[in-house]
Design a protein around this ligand. Sequence first.
Ligand code: M6R
Length: 613
Amino acid sequence: MCGIIGYVGKKNSVPFIIDGLKKLEYRGYDSAGISILQEEKLVTVRAVGKVAELEKAALLANPKGQCGIGHTRWATHGKPCEENSHPHTDCTGEIVVVHNGIIENFLTLREKLSSLGHRFKSETDTEVIAHLIEENLKTACGATPKERLINAVRKTNGEISGAYAYGVLWAQVPGFLLGVKNQSPMVVGLGKDENFLSSDVPAFLKHTNKVLFLEDGEMAELTETGVKLLDKNGAEKPLKPVKINWDQKTAEKGGYEHFMLKEIYDQPQAIEDTLRTAQTDFGKLLNLNTRELRALQQVHIIACGTAYHAGLVGKYYIENFAGIPVTVDLASEYKYRCVPRTAGTLAIAVSQSGETADTIGAIRKAKELGFKTLAICNVLASTLTRVCDATFYTHCGPEISVASTKAFTSQLTSLYALALFLGKAKGNISEASFNSLYKELLTLSKFMADAVKIEYEVRHITKRVYKAPHFLFLGRNVNFPIALEGALKLKEVSYRSAEGFAAGEIKHGPISIIEKGTPTIVLMPADSLFEKMLSACQECRARGAFVIAVTTQEGARLAKDSVDKTIILPYAGELLQPVLNVVALQFFAYWTAKRLGCEIDQPRNLAKSVTVE
Ligand code: M6R
Protein backbone atom coordinates (compact mmCIF):
# COMPACT_ATOMS: atom_id res chain seq x y z
CA MET A 1 0.00 0.00 0.00
CA CYS A 2 1.34 3.44 -0.98
CA GLY A 3 -0.20 6.85 -1.61
CA ILE A 4 -0.19 8.62 -4.97
CA ILE A 5 -1.10 12.19 -5.78
CA GLY A 6 -1.02 14.29 -8.93
CA TYR A 7 -1.95 17.94 -9.55
CA VAL A 8 -2.46 19.98 -12.69
CA GLY A 9 -3.85 23.50 -12.54
CA LYS A 10 -3.07 27.20 -12.50
CA LYS A 11 -1.27 27.32 -9.15
CA ASN A 12 2.08 26.07 -7.93
CA SER A 13 1.51 22.34 -7.46
CA VAL A 14 4.06 21.79 -4.65
CA PRO A 15 1.97 22.86 -1.62
CA PHE A 16 -1.02 20.84 -2.92
CA ILE A 17 1.09 17.75 -3.41
CA ILE A 18 2.86 17.94 -0.04
CA ASP A 19 -0.41 18.57 1.77
CA GLY A 20 -2.09 15.71 -0.13
CA LEU A 21 0.74 13.34 0.76
CA LYS A 22 0.28 14.16 4.44
CA LYS A 23 -3.34 13.08 4.11
CA LEU A 24 -2.20 9.83 2.50
CA GLU A 25 0.43 9.00 5.09
CA TYR A 26 -1.85 6.38 6.62
CA ARG A 27 -1.08 4.33 3.46
CA GLY A 28 2.65 4.24 4.09
CA TYR A 29 5.34 6.44 5.48
CA ASP A 30 8.83 5.06 4.95
CA SER A 31 9.83 7.52 2.24
CA ALA A 32 8.22 10.12 0.01
CA GLY A 33 8.94 12.09 -3.14
CA ILE A 34 7.67 14.59 -5.71
CA SER A 35 8.41 15.40 -9.34
CA ILE A 36 7.43 18.85 -10.56
CA LEU A 37 7.49 20.07 -14.13
CA GLN A 38 9.38 23.35 -13.92
CA GLU A 39 9.90 25.19 -17.18
CA GLU A 40 9.68 21.97 -19.20
CA LYS A 41 12.21 20.22 -16.96
CA LEU A 42 11.39 17.72 -14.24
CA VAL A 43 12.64 18.49 -10.75
CA THR A 44 12.50 15.51 -8.40
CA VAL A 45 12.92 15.69 -4.62
CA ARG A 46 12.84 12.54 -2.48
CA ALA A 47 13.45 11.84 1.19
CA VAL A 48 13.51 8.85 3.51
CA GLY A 49 11.01 8.95 6.36
CA LYS A 50 7.74 10.74 6.76
CA VAL A 51 6.35 13.44 4.48
CA ALA A 52 7.67 16.05 6.94
CA GLU A 53 11.20 15.08 5.81
CA LEU A 54 10.23 15.55 2.18
CA GLU A 55 8.69 18.90 3.04
CA LYS A 56 12.02 20.08 4.50
CA ALA A 57 13.92 18.86 1.43
CA ALA A 58 11.37 20.52 -0.89
CA LEU A 59 11.75 23.81 0.95
CA LEU A 60 15.47 23.73 0.25
CA ALA A 61 15.19 22.67 -3.40
CA ASN A 62 12.20 25.00 -3.85
CA PRO A 63 10.76 23.55 -7.10
CA LYS A 64 7.82 25.39 -8.66
CA GLY A 65 5.46 24.28 -11.39
CA GLN A 66 1.78 23.88 -12.17
CA CYS A 67 1.91 20.16 -12.81
CA GLY A 68 3.42 17.47 -10.61
CA ILE A 69 3.12 14.09 -8.96
CA GLY A 70 3.95 12.79 -5.49
CA HIS A 71 4.15 9.55 -3.55
CA THR A 72 4.38 8.26 -0.02
CA ARG A 73 5.78 4.76 0.15
CA TRP A 74 5.03 1.55 1.99
CA ALA A 75 7.95 -0.54 0.83
CA THR A 76 7.29 -3.88 -0.88
CA HIS A 77 10.20 -4.32 -3.31
CA GLY A 78 13.47 -2.89 -2.08
CA LYS A 79 14.32 -1.44 1.29
CA PRO A 80 13.19 2.04 2.33
CA CYS A 81 15.96 4.35 1.03
CA GLU A 82 16.19 7.35 -1.28
CA GLU A 83 17.01 5.34 -4.43
CA ASN A 84 13.91 3.19 -3.94
CA SER A 85 11.65 6.17 -3.21
CA HIS A 86 9.20 7.28 -5.87
CA PRO A 87 8.89 8.99 -8.35
CA HIS A 88 10.96 6.70 -10.59
CA THR A 89 12.28 7.72 -13.97
CA ASP A 90 13.26 6.15 -17.28
CA CYS A 91 16.76 6.46 -18.80
CA THR A 92 16.07 9.90 -20.28
CA GLY A 93 14.84 11.30 -16.96
CA GLU A 94 11.85 12.76 -18.81
CA ILE A 95 9.25 10.21 -17.79
CA VAL A 96 8.30 9.95 -14.11
CA VAL A 97 6.05 7.38 -12.51
CA VAL A 98 4.43 6.99 -9.09
CA HIS A 99 2.93 3.62 -8.36
CA ASN A 100 0.89 1.75 -5.78
CA GLY A 101 0.63 -2.05 -5.90
CA ILE A 102 2.85 -4.83 -7.16
CA ILE A 103 4.08 -5.59 -10.68
CA GLU A 104 4.30 -9.38 -10.50
CA ASN A 105 6.31 -9.91 -13.69
CA PHE A 106 8.79 -7.12 -12.96
CA LEU A 107 11.83 -9.43 -12.88
CA THR A 108 11.18 -10.78 -16.38
CA LEU A 109 10.50 -7.27 -17.67
CA ARG A 110 13.57 -5.88 -15.98
CA GLU A 111 15.78 -8.52 -17.59
CA LYS A 112 14.23 -7.87 -21.00
CA LEU A 113 14.61 -4.10 -20.67
CA SER A 114 18.19 -4.41 -19.38
CA SER A 115 19.09 -6.49 -22.42
CA LEU A 116 17.71 -3.66 -24.55
CA GLY A 117 20.09 -1.25 -22.85
CA HIS A 118 17.93 0.24 -20.09
CA ARG A 119 19.78 1.10 -16.90
CA PHE A 120 17.98 0.66 -13.59
CA LYS A 121 18.68 2.84 -10.58
CA SER A 122 16.47 1.21 -7.92
CA GLU A 123 15.42 -2.22 -6.67
CA THR A 124 11.73 -1.46 -7.16
CA ASP A 125 9.17 -3.09 -9.40
CA THR A 126 7.89 0.41 -10.24
CA GLU A 127 10.93 1.46 -12.23
CA VAL A 128 10.11 -1.08 -14.96
CA ILE A 129 6.96 0.91 -15.73
CA ALA A 130 8.96 4.06 -16.53
CA HIS A 131 11.42 2.15 -18.72
CA LEU A 132 8.67 0.19 -20.43
CA ILE A 133 6.85 3.41 -21.33
CA GLU A 134 10.14 4.81 -22.66
CA GLU A 135 10.63 1.66 -24.75
CA ASN A 136 7.06 1.66 -26.03
CA LEU A 137 7.24 5.35 -26.96
CA LYS A 138 9.84 4.41 -29.58
CA THR A 139 7.19 2.65 -31.65
CA ALA A 140 4.01 4.32 -30.40
CA CYS A 141 1.80 5.87 -33.06
CA GLY A 142 0.07 9.23 -32.74
CA ALA A 143 0.12 12.65 -34.35
CA THR A 144 1.20 14.42 -31.17
CA PRO A 145 3.49 13.50 -28.21
CA LYS A 146 0.35 13.30 -26.08
CA GLU A 147 -1.26 10.67 -28.34
CA ARG A 148 1.98 8.73 -28.45
CA LEU A 149 2.22 8.78 -24.66
CA ILE A 150 -1.34 7.47 -24.30
CA ASN A 151 -0.63 4.64 -26.75
CA ALA A 152 2.68 3.78 -25.09
CA VAL A 153 1.00 3.62 -21.67
CA ARG A 154 -1.79 1.43 -23.05
CA LYS A 155 0.79 -0.95 -24.51
CA THR A 156 2.62 -0.94 -21.18
CA ASN A 157 -0.58 -1.93 -19.38
CA GLY A 158 -0.87 -4.93 -21.65
CA GLU A 159 2.63 -6.04 -20.70
CA ILE A 160 2.59 -5.66 -16.92
CA SER A 161 0.67 -7.97 -14.63
CA GLY A 162 -0.42 -7.68 -11.01
CA ALA A 163 -2.40 -5.20 -8.99
CA TYR A 164 -1.43 -1.62 -9.68
CA ALA A 165 -2.41 2.00 -9.97
CA TYR A 166 0.05 4.53 -11.28
CA GLY A 167 0.44 8.12 -12.40
CA VAL A 168 2.70 9.29 -15.25
CA LEU A 169 4.15 12.62 -16.24
CA TRP A 170 6.24 13.18 -19.41
CA ALA A 171 8.26 16.36 -19.74
CA GLN A 172 7.46 16.51 -23.46
CA VAL A 173 3.72 16.93 -22.72
CA PRO A 174 3.57 19.78 -20.21
CA GLY A 175 0.38 20.23 -18.20
CA PHE A 176 -0.76 16.67 -18.81
CA LEU A 177 -1.10 13.80 -16.30
CA LEU A 178 -2.14 10.21 -16.86
CA GLY A 179 -3.61 7.90 -14.22
CA VAL A 180 -4.05 4.15 -14.63
CA LYS A 181 -5.98 1.73 -12.45
CA ASN A 182 -5.96 -2.04 -12.18
CA GLN A 183 -6.98 -3.63 -8.86
CA SER A 184 -5.43 -0.86 -6.75
CA PRO A 185 -7.38 2.30 -5.97
CA MET A 186 -7.26 5.45 -8.08
CA VAL A 187 -9.58 8.45 -7.87
CA VAL A 188 -9.76 11.75 -9.72
CA GLY A 189 -10.84 15.03 -8.11
CA LEU A 190 -12.54 17.50 -10.42
CA GLY A 191 -11.79 21.10 -9.46
CA LYS A 192 -12.21 24.50 -11.06
CA ASP A 193 -9.22 25.15 -13.33
CA GLU A 194 -7.40 22.34 -11.54
CA ASN A 195 -7.69 18.57 -11.36
CA PHE A 196 -6.27 15.95 -9.03
CA LEU A 197 -5.24 12.34 -9.20
CA SER A 198 -4.90 10.26 -6.05
CA SER A 199 -5.07 6.87 -4.32
CA ASP A 200 -7.72 8.25 -2.03
CA VAL A 201 -10.15 11.12 -1.62
CA PRO A 202 -8.70 12.82 1.52
CA ALA A 203 -5.67 13.95 -0.48
CA PHE A 204 -7.71 16.58 -2.31
CA LEU A 205 -10.95 16.82 -0.35
CA LYS A 206 -10.04 20.31 0.87
CA HIS A 207 -10.13 21.53 -2.75
CA THR A 208 -12.95 19.55 -4.30
CA ASN A 209 -15.56 17.00 -3.31
CA LYS A 210 -16.42 16.09 -6.93
CA VAL A 211 -14.86 12.67 -7.37
CA LEU A 212 -14.50 10.10 -10.13
CA PHE A 213 -13.79 6.57 -8.91
CA LEU A 214 -11.87 4.77 -11.64
CA GLU A 215 -12.75 1.16 -12.51
CA ASP A 216 -10.17 -1.56 -13.23
CA GLY A 217 -8.66 -1.14 -16.68
CA GLU A 218 -9.57 2.53 -16.92
CA MET A 219 -7.22 5.41 -17.62
CA ALA A 220 -7.75 9.11 -16.81
CA GLU A 221 -6.21 12.01 -18.75
CA LEU A 222 -5.92 15.20 -16.73
CA THR A 223 -5.24 18.74 -17.83
CA GLU A 224 -5.92 22.07 -16.14
CA THR A 225 -9.20 22.45 -18.01
CA GLY A 226 -10.62 18.96 -17.94
CA VAL A 227 -10.53 15.21 -17.44
CA LYS A 228 -11.06 12.49 -20.02
CA LEU A 229 -11.81 8.90 -19.05
CA LEU A 230 -10.86 5.97 -21.27
CA ASP A 231 -12.04 2.37 -20.88
CA LYS A 232 -9.69 -0.58 -21.30
CA ASN A 233 -10.13 -0.52 -25.08
CA GLY A 234 -9.20 3.14 -25.25
CA ALA A 235 -12.77 4.34 -25.90
CA GLU A 236 -13.87 7.53 -24.18
CA LYS A 237 -16.38 7.09 -21.36
CA PRO A 238 -18.81 9.67 -19.99
CA LEU A 239 -17.74 11.17 -16.66
CA LYS A 240 -20.03 10.27 -13.76
CA PRO A 241 -18.59 12.12 -10.76
CA VAL A 242 -20.03 11.65 -7.29
CA LYS A 243 -20.25 14.26 -4.54
CA ILE A 244 -18.49 13.22 -1.35
CA ASN A 245 -19.95 14.54 1.87
CA TRP A 246 -17.31 13.14 4.24
CA ASP A 247 -15.29 15.37 6.48
CA GLN A 248 -11.51 15.12 6.27
CA LYS A 249 -11.05 12.67 9.16
CA THR A 250 -13.76 10.31 7.93
CA ALA A 251 -12.27 10.40 4.46
CA GLU A 252 -8.85 9.25 5.70
CA LYS A 253 -10.56 6.19 7.07
CA GLY A 254 -12.20 5.43 3.73
CA GLY A 255 -15.54 6.63 5.07
CA TYR A 256 -15.38 4.43 8.17
CA GLU A 257 -15.57 5.97 11.59
CA HIS A 258 -12.46 4.16 12.83
CA PHE A 259 -9.37 2.58 11.35
CA MET A 260 -10.25 -0.64 13.20
CA LEU A 261 -13.49 -0.93 11.24
CA LYS A 262 -11.80 -0.04 7.97
CA GLU A 263 -9.11 -2.64 8.61
CA ILE A 264 -11.69 -5.34 9.35
CA TYR A 265 -13.17 -4.56 5.95
CA ASP A 266 -9.68 -4.55 4.35
CA GLN A 267 -9.34 -8.27 5.09
CA PRO A 268 -10.50 -9.83 1.80
CA GLN A 269 -7.95 -7.64 -0.03
CA ALA A 270 -5.24 -8.27 2.57
CA ILE A 271 -5.61 -12.02 2.16
CA GLU A 272 -5.61 -11.75 -1.59
CA ASP A 273 -2.49 -9.56 -1.58
CA THR A 274 -0.70 -11.87 0.86
CA LEU A 275 -1.44 -14.88 -1.31
CA ARG A 276 -0.75 -13.11 -4.57
CA THR A 277 2.81 -12.51 -3.50
CA ALA A 278 3.13 -15.72 -1.50
CA GLN A 279 6.25 -17.52 -2.40
CA THR A 280 5.00 -21.07 -2.16
CA ASP A 281 8.52 -22.36 -2.28
CA PHE A 282 9.43 -21.60 1.30
CA GLY A 283 12.48 -23.90 0.93
CA LYS A 284 14.10 -21.48 -1.47
CA LEU A 285 13.20 -18.67 0.88
CA LEU A 286 14.97 -20.34 3.78
CA ASN A 287 17.81 -21.53 1.66
CA LEU A 288 17.16 -25.12 2.67
CA ASN A 289 17.41 -27.96 0.17
CA THR A 290 15.02 -30.93 0.06
CA ARG A 291 17.30 -33.05 2.26
CA GLU A 292 17.55 -30.31 4.89
CA LEU A 293 13.82 -29.72 4.77
CA ARG A 294 13.15 -33.41 5.27
CA ALA A 295 15.53 -33.33 8.23
CA LEU A 296 13.44 -30.68 10.05
CA GLN A 297 12.61 -32.15 13.43
CA GLN A 298 10.63 -29.42 15.09
CA VAL A 299 9.28 -25.92 14.75
CA HIS A 300 9.28 -23.23 17.45
CA ILE A 301 6.81 -20.40 16.94
CA ILE A 302 7.53 -17.23 18.89
CA ALA A 303 5.30 -14.15 19.11
CA CYS A 304 3.35 -11.77 21.35
CA GLY A 305 -0.32 -10.84 21.71
CA THR A 306 -2.43 -11.34 18.62
CA ALA A 307 0.56 -12.66 16.67
CA TYR A 308 0.97 -15.32 19.39
CA HIS A 309 -2.63 -16.41 18.80
CA ALA A 310 -1.84 -16.70 15.09
CA GLY A 311 1.11 -18.87 16.08
CA LEU A 312 -1.18 -21.12 18.14
CA VAL A 313 -3.35 -21.70 15.07
CA GLY A 314 -0.17 -22.24 13.02
CA LYS A 315 0.71 -25.17 15.30
CA TYR A 316 -2.48 -26.98 14.24
CA TYR A 317 -1.71 -26.23 10.59
CA ILE A 318 1.90 -27.39 10.63
CA GLU A 319 1.27 -30.50 12.72
CA ASN A 320 -1.72 -31.38 10.55
CA PHE A 321 -0.10 -30.93 7.13
CA ALA A 322 3.59 -31.48 7.83
CA GLY A 323 3.50 -33.81 10.83
CA ILE A 324 6.31 -31.80 12.47
CA PRO A 325 5.97 -31.18 16.23
CA VAL A 326 5.45 -27.48 16.98
CA THR A 327 5.83 -25.53 20.21
CA VAL A 328 4.38 -22.03 20.48
CA ASP A 329 5.91 -19.63 22.99
CA LEU A 330 5.15 -16.15 24.14
CA ALA A 331 8.34 -14.37 23.11
CA SER A 332 8.77 -12.86 26.57
CA GLU A 333 8.79 -16.41 28.01
CA TYR A 334 10.96 -18.06 25.35
CA LYS A 335 13.80 -15.72 26.19
CA TYR A 336 13.96 -16.96 29.74
CA ARG A 337 13.11 -20.63 29.49
CA CYS A 338 15.63 -23.40 29.01
CA VAL A 339 15.41 -24.27 25.31
CA PRO A 340 17.26 -27.50 24.37
CA ARG A 341 19.69 -27.09 21.47
CA THR A 342 18.00 -29.58 19.10
CA ALA A 343 19.28 -30.09 15.55
CA GLY A 344 16.75 -29.59 12.76
CA THR A 345 14.83 -26.79 14.48
CA LEU A 346 13.12 -24.01 12.56
CA ALA A 347 12.19 -20.98 14.69
CA ILE A 348 9.42 -18.78 13.29
CA ALA A 349 8.80 -15.28 14.66
CA VAL A 350 5.38 -13.86 13.86
CA SER A 351 5.00 -10.10 14.10
CA GLN A 352 3.00 -7.38 12.38
CA SER A 353 5.47 -4.59 13.10
CA GLY A 354 8.74 -6.49 13.18
CA GLU A 355 9.76 -4.13 15.99
CA THR A 356 8.41 -5.94 19.06
CA ALA A 357 11.34 -6.07 21.45
CA ASP A 358 10.32 -9.36 23.09
CA THR A 359 9.98 -11.13 19.73
CA ILE A 360 13.30 -9.78 18.48
CA GLY A 361 15.04 -10.84 21.71
CA ALA A 362 13.56 -14.34 21.51
CA ILE A 363 14.50 -14.90 17.87
CA ARG A 364 18.05 -13.72 18.63
CA LYS A 365 18.19 -16.45 21.25
CA ALA A 366 16.94 -19.01 18.68
CA LYS A 367 19.74 -17.91 16.36
CA GLU A 368 22.32 -18.27 19.07
CA LEU A 369 21.06 -21.81 19.56
CA GLY A 370 21.87 -22.47 15.90
CA PHE A 371 18.26 -22.69 14.66
CA LYS A 372 17.17 -21.57 11.20
CA THR A 373 15.00 -18.49 11.64
CA LEU A 374 12.04 -17.24 9.61
CA ALA A 375 10.04 -14.05 10.17
CA ILE A 376 6.40 -13.77 9.20
CA CYS A 377 6.14 -10.02 9.18
CA ASN A 378 4.23 -7.12 7.66
CA VAL A 379 6.79 -4.32 7.65
CA LEU A 380 9.53 -4.38 5.06
CA ALA A 381 13.09 -4.06 6.35
CA SER A 382 11.94 -3.92 9.98
CA THR A 383 14.41 -5.03 12.66
CA LEU A 384 12.98 -8.55 12.87
CA THR A 385 13.41 -9.13 9.14
CA ARG A 386 17.04 -8.09 9.41
CA VAL A 387 17.70 -10.46 12.31
CA CYS A 388 16.04 -13.53 10.73
CA ASP A 389 17.57 -15.72 8.00
CA ALA A 390 14.51 -15.20 5.82
CA THR A 391 11.19 -13.37 5.80
CA PHE A 392 7.78 -14.19 4.50
CA TYR A 393 5.83 -10.94 4.16
CA THR A 394 2.15 -10.60 4.90
CA HIS A 395 1.01 -7.93 2.47
CA CYS A 396 -1.84 -6.36 4.39
CA GLY A 397 -0.64 -2.76 4.16
CA PRO A 398 -0.13 -0.48 7.15
CA GLU A 399 -2.25 -1.42 10.14
CA ILE A 400 -3.03 1.79 12.01
CA SER A 401 -5.49 0.70 14.67
CA VAL A 402 -3.72 -0.56 17.79
CA ALA A 403 -6.04 -3.57 17.83
CA SER A 404 -4.69 -5.92 15.23
CA THR A 405 -7.24 -7.35 12.78
CA LYS A 406 -6.10 -7.68 9.18
CA ALA A 407 -2.53 -8.53 10.20
CA PHE A 408 -3.90 -11.49 12.18
CA THR A 409 -5.86 -13.02 9.31
CA SER A 410 -2.93 -12.42 6.94
CA GLN A 411 -0.66 -14.23 9.43
CA LEU A 412 -3.08 -17.17 9.54
CA THR A 413 -3.12 -17.26 5.74
CA SER A 414 0.70 -17.25 5.60
CA LEU A 415 1.02 -19.97 8.24
CA TYR A 416 -1.45 -22.13 6.33
CA ALA A 417 0.58 -21.71 3.12
CA LEU A 418 3.80 -22.49 4.99
CA ALA A 419 2.25 -25.61 6.55
CA LEU A 420 1.20 -26.87 3.11
CA PHE A 421 4.67 -26.28 1.77
CA LEU A 422 6.35 -28.06 4.69
CA GLY A 423 3.86 -30.92 4.31
CA LYS A 424 4.82 -31.34 0.68
CA ALA A 425 8.55 -31.03 1.36
CA LYS A 426 8.39 -33.60 4.15
CA GLY A 427 6.46 -35.98 1.92
CA ASN A 428 3.53 -35.84 4.33
CA ILE A 429 1.15 -34.69 1.62
CA SER A 430 1.34 -35.57 -2.06
CA GLU A 431 1.93 -33.05 -4.84
CA ALA A 432 -1.70 -33.55 -5.92
CA SER A 433 -3.08 -32.87 -2.42
CA PHE A 434 -0.80 -29.86 -2.09
CA ASN A 435 -2.16 -28.46 -5.35
CA SER A 436 -5.77 -28.98 -4.44
CA LEU A 437 -5.32 -27.63 -0.89
CA TYR A 438 -3.48 -24.57 -2.20
CA LYS A 439 -6.26 -24.00 -4.71
CA GLU A 440 -8.73 -24.06 -1.83
CA LEU A 441 -6.61 -21.55 0.06
CA LEU A 442 -6.75 -19.21 -2.92
CA THR A 443 -10.54 -19.02 -2.51
CA LEU A 444 -10.24 -17.76 1.07
CA SER A 445 -10.46 -14.06 0.18
CA LYS A 446 -13.85 -14.69 -1.47
CA PHE A 447 -15.14 -16.36 1.71
CA MET A 448 -13.74 -13.41 3.65
CA ALA A 449 -15.63 -10.99 1.42
CA ASP A 450 -18.84 -12.77 2.49
CA ALA A 451 -17.78 -13.01 6.12
CA VAL A 452 -17.45 -9.23 6.54
CA LYS A 453 -21.11 -8.91 5.62
CA ILE A 454 -22.10 -10.04 9.15
CA GLU A 455 -21.38 -6.67 10.74
CA TYR A 456 -25.04 -5.71 11.05
CA GLU A 457 -25.99 -8.98 12.76
CA VAL A 458 -23.14 -8.69 15.26
CA ARG A 459 -23.82 -5.03 15.89
CA HIS A 460 -27.42 -5.88 16.73
CA ILE A 461 -26.38 -8.61 19.20
CA THR A 462 -23.96 -6.32 21.05
CA LYS A 463 -26.88 -4.04 21.86
CA ARG A 464 -28.24 -6.81 24.09
CA VAL A 465 -24.98 -7.58 25.96
CA TYR A 466 -22.57 -4.64 25.85
CA LYS A 467 -23.12 -3.59 29.46
CA ALA A 468 -22.15 -6.99 30.87
CA PRO A 469 -19.11 -6.81 33.18
CA HIS A 470 -17.58 -10.06 32.01
CA PHE A 471 -17.52 -12.08 28.78
CA LEU A 472 -16.49 -15.65 27.94
CA PHE A 473 -15.23 -16.97 24.62
CA LEU A 474 -15.14 -20.71 23.97
CA GLY A 475 -13.52 -22.67 21.17
CA ARG A 476 -11.98 -26.04 20.64
CA ASN A 477 -9.05 -27.36 18.64
CA VAL A 478 -8.11 -24.87 15.90
CA ASN A 479 -10.80 -22.49 17.19
CA PHE A 480 -9.41 -22.40 20.73
CA PRO A 481 -6.79 -19.73 19.83
CA ILE A 482 -9.60 -17.77 18.16
CA ALA A 483 -11.47 -17.74 21.48
CA LEU A 484 -8.30 -16.30 23.09
CA GLU A 485 -8.05 -13.72 20.32
CA GLY A 486 -11.74 -12.76 20.71
CA ALA A 487 -11.21 -12.13 24.42
CA LEU A 488 -8.01 -10.12 23.82
CA LYS A 489 -9.72 -7.97 21.19
CA LEU A 490 -12.64 -7.22 23.49
CA LYS A 491 -10.38 -6.38 26.45
CA GLU A 492 -8.18 -4.11 24.34
CA VAL A 493 -10.85 -1.90 22.87
CA SER A 494 -13.77 -2.07 25.32
CA TYR A 495 -11.85 -2.41 28.63
CA ARG A 496 -14.31 -5.18 29.63
CA SER A 497 -13.09 -8.25 31.40
CA ALA A 498 -13.03 -11.20 29.00
CA GLU A 499 -11.53 -14.66 28.97
CA GLY A 500 -11.05 -17.28 26.29
CA PHE A 501 -11.18 -20.95 27.11
CA ALA A 502 -10.88 -24.32 25.46
CA ALA A 503 -14.51 -25.45 25.56
CA GLY A 504 -13.61 -28.78 27.14
CA GLU A 505 -11.92 -27.02 30.05
CA ILE A 506 -14.77 -24.93 31.41
CA LYS A 507 -16.17 -27.77 33.48
CA HIS A 508 -12.77 -28.00 35.19
CA GLY A 509 -13.17 -24.62 36.85
CA PRO A 510 -14.10 -21.57 34.76
CA ILE A 511 -17.80 -22.49 34.66
CA SER A 512 -18.09 -21.21 38.23
CA ILE A 513 -17.89 -17.61 37.01
CA ILE A 514 -21.03 -17.93 34.89
CA GLU A 515 -24.03 -16.16 36.33
CA LYS A 516 -27.36 -15.08 34.91
CA GLY A 517 -26.80 -13.32 31.62
CA THR A 518 -23.01 -13.83 31.28
CA PRO A 519 -22.41 -13.38 27.52
CA THR A 520 -20.70 -16.56 26.31
CA ILE A 521 -19.56 -16.52 22.71
CA VAL A 522 -19.10 -20.04 21.38
CA LEU A 523 -17.20 -20.83 18.16
CA MET A 524 -19.08 -23.79 16.75
CA PRO A 525 -19.13 -24.31 12.98
CA ALA A 526 -20.87 -27.51 11.88
CA ASP A 527 -17.70 -29.58 11.80
CA SER A 528 -16.33 -32.71 13.50
CA LEU A 529 -16.45 -31.08 16.95
CA PHE A 530 -19.89 -29.54 16.63
CA GLU A 531 -21.61 -31.93 19.04
CA LYS A 532 -18.98 -31.38 21.71
CA MET A 533 -19.47 -27.63 21.34
CA LEU A 534 -23.22 -28.07 21.58
CA SER A 535 -22.72 -29.83 24.94
CA ALA A 536 -20.58 -26.91 26.13
CA CYS A 537 -23.40 -24.51 25.15
CA GLN A 538 -25.91 -26.53 27.13
CA GLU A 539 -23.64 -26.70 30.19
CA CYS A 540 -23.21 -22.91 30.16
CA ARG A 541 -26.82 -22.14 29.39
CA ALA A 542 -28.02 -24.36 32.22
CA ARG A 543 -26.07 -22.04 34.55
CA GLY A 544 -27.61 -18.86 33.16
CA ALA A 545 -25.17 -17.91 30.37
CA PHE A 546 -26.46 -15.92 27.42
CA VAL A 547 -25.04 -18.06 24.63
CA ILE A 548 -24.09 -16.53 21.27
CA ALA A 549 -23.08 -19.13 18.70
CA VAL A 550 -20.67 -18.19 15.93
CA THR A 551 -21.57 -20.88 13.46
CA THR A 552 -22.54 -21.84 9.93
CA GLN A 553 -25.94 -22.26 8.28
CA GLU A 554 -26.14 -25.94 9.17
CA GLY A 555 -24.81 -25.29 12.69
CA ALA A 556 -27.48 -22.64 13.28
CA ARG A 557 -30.20 -25.09 12.29
CA LEU A 558 -28.88 -27.78 14.63
CA ALA A 559 -28.16 -25.43 17.55
CA LYS A 560 -31.35 -23.40 17.49
CA ASP A 561 -32.74 -24.80 20.74
CA SER A 562 -29.42 -24.71 22.61
CA VAL A 563 -28.32 -21.10 22.09
CA ASP A 564 -29.76 -17.59 22.51
CA LYS A 565 -28.37 -15.94 19.39
CA THR A 566 -26.53 -17.06 16.27
CA ILE A 567 -24.03 -15.35 14.02
CA ILE A 568 -23.88 -17.21 10.71
CA LEU A 569 -20.72 -17.30 8.62
CA PRO A 570 -19.98 -19.03 5.32
CA TYR A 571 -18.16 -22.36 5.69
CA ALA A 572 -14.60 -22.46 4.34
CA GLY A 573 -13.61 -25.91 5.69
CA GLU A 574 -12.56 -27.04 9.16
CA LEU A 575 -9.02 -25.60 9.17
CA LEU A 576 -9.76 -22.37 7.35
CA GLN A 577 -12.90 -21.57 9.34
CA PRO A 578 -10.97 -19.85 12.18
CA VAL A 579 -9.92 -17.15 9.70
CA LEU A 580 -13.60 -16.33 9.19
CA ASN A 581 -14.72 -16.90 12.79
CA VAL A 582 -12.40 -14.21 14.08
CA VAL A 583 -14.18 -11.62 11.94
CA ALA A 584 -17.32 -12.06 14.07
CA LEU A 585 -15.24 -11.47 17.19
CA GLN A 586 -13.52 -8.40 15.71
CA PHE A 587 -16.91 -6.84 14.97
CA PHE A 588 -18.12 -7.92 18.40
CA ALA A 589 -15.22 -6.11 20.11
CA TYR A 590 -15.61 -3.07 17.88
CA TRP A 591 -19.33 -2.64 18.49
CA THR A 592 -19.12 -3.29 22.23
CA ALA A 593 -16.40 -0.63 22.49
CA LYS A 594 -18.35 1.76 20.33
CA ARG A 595 -21.49 1.40 22.42
CA LEU A 596 -19.43 1.98 25.54
CA GLY A 597 -17.93 5.13 24.04
CA CYS A 598 -14.32 3.89 24.15
CA GLU A 599 -11.36 5.32 22.28
CA ILE A 600 -11.26 2.54 19.67
CA ASP A 601 -8.17 3.13 17.53
CA GLN A 602 -5.90 4.14 20.39
CA PRO A 603 -7.10 2.35 23.52
CA ARG A 604 -5.81 3.59 26.87
CA ASN A 605 -2.44 2.28 28.10
CA LEU A 606 -1.54 0.61 24.78
CA ALA A 607 0.89 1.27 21.93
CA LYS A 608 0.88 -0.16 18.41
CA SER A 609 4.44 -1.48 18.66
CA VAL A 610 5.90 -2.47 21.98
CA THR A 611 9.56 -1.73 21.42
CA VAL A 612 10.65 -2.19 25.02
CA GLU A 613 11.02 -5.38 27.00
O1 M6R B 1 3.78 -6.03 15.96
P1 M6R B 1 3.56 -7.34 16.62
O2 M6R B 1 2.67 -8.25 15.84
O3 M6R B 1 4.83 -8.03 17.01
O4 M6R B 1 2.80 -6.99 17.96
C1 M6R B 1 2.54 -7.98 18.92
C2 M6R B 1 1.50 -7.52 19.90
O5 M6R B 1 1.96 -6.41 20.62
C3 M6R B 1 0.18 -7.16 19.20
O6 M6R B 1 -0.33 -8.24 18.48
C4 M6R B 1 -0.89 -6.71 20.22
O7 M6R B 1 -1.27 -7.78 21.01
C5 M6R B 1 -2.07 -6.11 19.45
N1 M6R B 1 -2.36 -4.82 19.93
C6 M6R B 1 -3.28 -6.95 19.52
O8 M6R B 1 -4.38 -6.38 18.91
